[in-house]
Write a protein that binds this ligand. Structure first.
Ligand code: ATP
Length: 770
């Protein structure tokens, strides 16, 4: 199959990762892969000139050894220059040593042409909004160009407009082919060969505005950019006791504003789906912020989504919000419009892993498509990659906008995924000083403790728990330094204001302790204490994995740059993770590592020998004159014998004149730093569920006769994420599902990722090394 991919509409981080995955997986599955530059516009323009220097049909002259034993082309087109020059004006791409793409919009690409693309923001193959493609004539020309190049299938990555265009194109295809044949532009044979067009859509949109998928490609990175801005603004706002109004993107969808509000610790947010409920939003906002100031808050952050309105659909604009805060509350207020900074920058880990998995699914969907199957959109729901009929998703997305236009905000919210609604309710619980006190006898004293290694999101979780407690009339108590602190009476009550700035902080504000005291503490998870109840709550360890992945991605991007800069160099990067290979494995996928070693699979001489031969062959296949850095990711305890040091020396020795080797141990850097927005938001969600659980269990306990009261085993539970829903698992049950000795799960979801990561790097088997 000949598969082409294009990116269309507004650019988003992760689009390059999609192109990379589709090209690489396509080739691995035996397809020919092409890219269409400048979105649909490129499809309409097609190829007017042959590739400079030499025709595409010719073998590249300087790469006699570019094909693997199974025929996979690694450097099909040597040094194509993507991403430079004004291509729509037929600009250049003419750089010394590279091939110009002038006059060519549909270009065949090989495995190595897309190497390391996912570290770059935006889209290297260009995107455009094409007026011509909206016309029947434009689409006829696009169909002609596709048939001329012999293309059978099209992958479109863009927003709902682009996906609508894709569906229109596919629905019209038989008529277009017929017209081309009757005009004599294609032969009957060609018409028969191209009777059906296979199309699949991927959602590239920073707003996360597409229905039937929980996350769109580029939205997590945009959230990163917003949170970085909020974190930076927080320090100046606190210093000057100022208010800041931030306008963020989101014409029809408040996801960015909402998640930024939750993870940035904002005071008030405006989103299109849920305008303020009272008659006057000005009163509602001022009252909320006035109370925050009264308890001593020095800074105010208000987030306004681009498309926010009041209940009558009058737009709410940042400047007006600023005037209200200045005039009514006398606050020194500034407006910051983040604008296009939200789109750009290096993709975060999520926007590398998700598009890679979705790109793979897209190719599989095309290969399985039949003339009668609908065109699919690849999404993600409940943490699973999904295929949904493209037009159903587009229709559902439009339904949200229609509901907003009809002022049916309940309906608009009901069309969003459950996580959106939970996040909104969660935001209200933790950001306002409103009270919803439970009856006196149900109030608890809740102890909050951090255990184990610090993880991104621990502090955000604690902040949310504290605020929930205060709102419901419970007393939140900090236990410092884990169980040791409880023994030593290192406890104190936490306040609403005291935890205000905790969201953005890394590490553990409460202090944590890995060691268990040698004395038996005899703690029950729910224990009686004085008039109230003292309840112990633990936060799950899965928090922080996104922060660690991002730290790994940042470090590896820098390492790879240095590895490529001077000469061919392999970097052996050692990661933390104990006996669990999650970080190394998913990190390998997110950084494009060539090899990954985990404790689960271990290391032996046969594997190492094969891997050394793979690296040698791989370097021999590289384009001449191009310096390549490659990563080998190794978990810290993947082997006691083949340590990182041994690996590095061995690779250096074996690399000879082909490549050099160095090593870097990332150690504790992977734990620390600023928690990622996704970890913060997830931590808040989990934390609020924890609190609700404790309340429920407490009420159950109170219903027992006083003298016979005892906590049941299932009142000690772990909150888990199964698919996308949160589930309570009694600790004892969790123990049955975990490999407690090695401190890891028994059936990890990421088990197959290692194979995929190595496959995308051109894995040993691929080039005939076994
Ligand atoms: P964003 O969410 O960033 O706006 P988008 O994909 O929704 O991205 P649009 O400008 O709506 O952006 O669409 C991108 C392109 O898709 C259009 O310029 C046009 O070429 C094509 N397109 C959109 N709608 C249609 C349609 N109904 N018929 C044919 N082509 C369409």
């Amino acid at each position: 199959m000949k598969i082409a991919i294009l990116t269309s509409g507004g650019d988003s981080a992760g689009m390059n990762a999609v192109v990379r995955a589709v090209v690489k997986v396509g080739i691995l599955k035996g397809c020919e892969t092409w890219v269409v530059r400048e979105g649909y516009e490129g499809l309409v323009r097609g190829n007017t000139e042959a590739l400079s220097e030499q025709s595409l049909d010719e073998e590249p002259v300087d790469l006699p050894d570019n094909t693997s034993p199974d025929g996979t082309s690694f450097n099909l087109i040597h040094n194509l220059r993507f991403g430079d020059g004004d291509l729509l004006k037929d600009g250049t791409g003419d750089h010394p040593g590279t091939r110009s793409l002038k006059g060519r919009y549909i270009v065949r690409v090989g495995f190595d042409d897309v190497r390391a693309w996912f570290a770059e923001g935006g889209t290297l193959i260009g995107t455009a909004r094409s007026k011509t493609f909206r016309t029947p004539e434009g689409r006829l020309q696009a169909a002609y160009n596709m048939i001329k190049e012999g293309l059978d299938a099209l992958v479109v990555c863009g927003g709902d407009g682009s996906l609508t265009g894709a569906d229109v194109f596919r629905a019209e295809w038989p008529k277009l082919v017929e017209a081309l044949q009757s005009e004599g532009r294609i032969t009957a044979e060609k018409a028969k060969l191209h009777a059906h067009l296979r199309i699949v859509g991927l959602v590239g949109s920073i707003d996360n505005d597409m229905s039937m998928t929980d996350l769109t490609i580029g939205a997590p990175t945009a959230l990163h950019r917003i949170c970085e801005a909020i974190d930076n603004i927080n320090s100046t706002a606190t210093s000057h006791s100022r208010a800041f109004v931030l306008e963020v993107m989101g014409r029809h969808c408040g996801w960015l504003a909402l998640l930024a509000g939750v993870s940035g610790g904002a005071d008030f947010i405006f989103i299109p789906e849920r305008p303020p409920t009272s008659e006057s939003w000005e009163d509602e906002m001022c009252e909320c912020i006035h109370r925050h100031r009264e308890v001593g808050k020095r800074k105010t952050i208000v987030i306004v989504a681009e498309g926010a309105t009041d209940r009558d659909l009058n737009p709410i604009k940042a400047d007006h919000v600023k005037d209200v805060l200045t005039e009514r509350l006398g606050l020194d207020t500034r407006v910051t419009t983040l604008g296009h900074t939200q789109r750009g920058g290096r993709p975060c880990a999520y926007d590398r892993v998700l598009p890679t998995l979705q790109g793979m699914e897209a190719v599989e969907t095309l290969l399985e498509a039949t003339p009668t199957s609908p065109s699919y959109m690849i999404g993600i729901q409940e943490n699973k990659i999904t295929r949904v009929p493209l037009m159903e998703a587009v229709a559902m997305t439009r339904a949200v906008s229609a509901a907003i236009e009809a002022k049916d905000f309940e309906k608009a919210m009901s069309y969003r995924d459950p996580e959106f609604k939970e996040s909104f309710e969660g935001f209200l619980k933790i950001s306002t000083l409103d009270q919803e006190k439970v009856p006196e006898e149900q109030r608890m004293r809740v102890a909050l403790m951090h255990m184990g290694a610090p993880a991104g999101g621990m502090n955000a979780a604690t902040r949310a728990a504290v605020r929930y407690c205060i709102r419901h009339g419970h007393t939140p108590i900090a236990v410092h330094n884990g169980f040791r602190g409880l023994l030593d009476d290192e406890v104190h009550e936490l306040s609403w204001l005291g935890v205000d700035s905790w969201t953005a902080r890394g590490g553990s504000e409460l202090g944590t302790n890995r060691t268990l005291p040698s004395v038996d503490l005899d703690i029950q998870f729910v224990a009686h204490h004085g008039g109230g109840q003292e309840t112990l709550s633990c936060f799950p360890h899965s928090n922080g994995s996104d922060t660690s992945l991002n730290a790994l991605v940042d470090a590896c991007d820098a390492i790879k740059q240095s590895a490529s800069a001077s000469r061919n160099r392999v970097f052996v990067v050692e990661t933390q993770g104990g006996k669990c290979g999650y970080l190394a494995t998913v990190g390998a996928l997110a950084t494009g590592a060539s090899l990954v070693y985990t404790p689960e699979q271990g290391m032996d001489l046969d594997t190492l020998r094969r891997d050394v031969r793979f690296l040698k062959t791989r370097y021999k296949l590289d384009a001449k004159g191009r310096s390549e850095g490659r990563l080998v990711i190794k978990n810290e305890v993947a082997s006691q014998v083949y340590t990182t040091d041994v690996m590095q020396k061995m690779l250096k020795e074996e690399g000879g004149t082909l490549f050099d080797a160095r090593s870097a141990s990332l150690g504790h850097t992977l734990q620390g730093g600023v928690p990622s927005p996704m970890d913060r938001a997830r931590a808040v969600r989990l934390s609020l569920k924890c609190m609700a659980f404790l309340e429920r269990e407490h009420v159950k306990l109170l219903q027992q006769p006083v003298k016979a009261r005892h906590a049941t085993p299932d009142s000690a539970a772990i909150i888990t994420i199964q698919s996308s829903s949160l589930k309570w698992v009694p600790v004892q049950e969790m123990v049955a599902h975990a490999d407690m000795q090695n401190r890891r799960g028994k059936n990890p979801w990421w088990a197959n990722i290692k194979e995929l990561a190595e496959l995308l790097a051109g894995r040993p088997q691929l080039i005939g090394i076994h």
